[in-house]
Design a protein around this ligand. Structure first.
Ligand code: NAD
Ligand code: MG
Length: 392
């Protein structure tokens, strides 16, 4: 019998965090939840802490420390250690007792835990794409220097990881990545006026957190994923394509020099990439339904509409531009999406906020440290908020 692998689950109360706990429930012989980190909700953290008997629980909202400690005591978990504050998740990521870190915090708040897990040499199962978009080369270097193993959990990147497995150096150099996109809830629309938050978070194929759901509706999510793929796999922007595939069965592809295209297919369920990252090079059954192609009947593909959804190209431009552009892009998008969800700005205002923030912050140099990433992120947020105020 192998020793159980101990997992720190960051963003445990979210969509990916909950799916991860579902996978662990099926694989209790192999995995154990060592710690949990959440943002501000106490009840689901306590419930999961009780079910999995975890040693440490972290909450980002520092003001909730005492309330969380009390709730854990009342649940009979008086010995569970409580951490609170913006750095708490990073502390769990670096815990010497954890073998793996499943990182599903949302947004640039995920930067610190990603760097912490990298420096501590963890097996890092990374869903938080924003840390790759902002961390870029610095994060990839931290992973290398720390001796960490990074497994992407984003479904497209998990697919590409699998399609590249076994390819030699030359084969990779001659290859092209093809990311699939569902197209989101507004695929085919020419007019995006009058879209409400409730409409934007209702994704046709995936059930996800609110921020990534809005990003999927604007196609910003695909732009962030092009940037993510570029860093994770070392491919330049001009060798990464996007194709819309509304059925969300083909999760991405790699085209090689000989014309062969290797694809990964599965039902759209994040438990597949989560289980892959947990088990690779083994394959574990995380509970995703098996694919029946005959039942699905046909798979369709089309070009993305880059005019109606301009953020895809804007994101690719930021990747080409380099410097701090992808950090600015991400910060502006986070601010704009939050303002849209609060009904302070309209749906298409998100495009304007991102584009104008990039103009206002043009020429910011490439960061040389995590602290410089935060500095660029802060300046971009300040600029974005001014634009939002004007539009609101
Ligand atoms: P979600 O909103 O459902 O969950 C986010 C989690 O992060 C929650 O547990 C929340 O409490 C926690 N959190 C927020 N701020 C925090 C902070 N400062 N410190 C610690 N925890 C904090 O989001 P999600 O859909 O699960 O997505 C999580 C990440 O995974 C995002 O980066 C997203 O882009 C990525 N991702 C999600 C999916 C998906 O299907 N949901 C697919 C691919 C990638
Ligand atoms: Mg994805």
């Amino acid at each position: 019998m192998h020793q159980k692998k101990k997992i720190a689950v960051l963003g445990a109360t979210g969509s990916i965090g909950r799916s991860t706990l579902d996978v662990v429930r099926l694989e209790r012989e192999r995995f154990e939840v060592h710690s949990l980190a959440g943002g501000s909700r106490i009840e689901p953290l306590v419930e999961a802490a009780r079910e999995f008997g975890v040693k440490r629980v972290a909450i980002a909202d520092a003001a909730k420390h005492d309330e969380l400690a009390r709730a854990l005591r009342e649940a009979g978990l008086g010995k569970t250690e409580v951490l609170a504050g913006e750095r708490a998740a990073a502390e769990l990521a670096a815990d010497p007792d954890a073998d793996m870190v499943l990182h599903a915090v949302v947004g640039a708040a995920g930067l610190r835990p990603a760097f912490a897990a990298a420096a501590a040499g963890k097996r890092l199962l990374l869903a938080n794409k924003e840390s790759v978009v902002c961390g870029g080369e610095l994060l990839m270097n931290a992973v290398k220097m720390g001796g960490a193993d990074l497994y992407p959990v984003d479904s497209e990147h998990s697919a590409i990881f699998q399609c590249l497995a076994g390819a030699g150096e030359e084969a990779r150099r001659g290859a092209r990545l093809i990311l699939t996109a569902s197209g989101g809830p507004f695929r085919g629309r020419r007019d995006l006026s009058g879209i409400t938050p409730a409409m934007a978070v209702k994704h046709p194929k995936w059930s996800m957190g609110r921020k990534i759901s809005v990003d999927s509706a604007t196609l910003m999510n695909k732009g962030l994923e092009v940037i993510e793929a570029s860093w994770l796999f070392g491919f330049p922007a001009d060798r990464i394509d996007v194709v819309v595939h509304p059925e969300s069965i083909v999760h991405s592809m790699v085209e090689y020099a000989d014309g062969s295209v290797i694809a990964q297919l599965a039902m759209p369920d994040m438990k597949t990439p989560i289980a892959l990252a947990m088990g690779w090079p083994e394959r574990i059954d995380g509970g995703t339904a098996k694919l029946s192609l005959a039942k699905i009947g046909s798979l369709t593909f089309e070009e993305p509409d880059r005019e109606v959804f301009p953020l895809l190209d804007i994101a690719c431009r930021a990747l080409r531009e380099g410097g701090a552009a992808t950090i600015v892009l991400n910060a502006a998008d986070e601010e704009a999406v939050a303002a849209f969800l609060d009904e302070r700005i309209g749906f298409t205002d998100i495009f304007r906020v991102v584009e104008e923030t990039l103009e206002d912050c043009a020429g910011l140099g490439a960061p040389r440290s995590l602290e410089e990433i935060f500095e660029a992120d802060r300046s971009a947020r300040r600029a974005a908020r001014l634009i939002i105020e004007r539009l609101a």
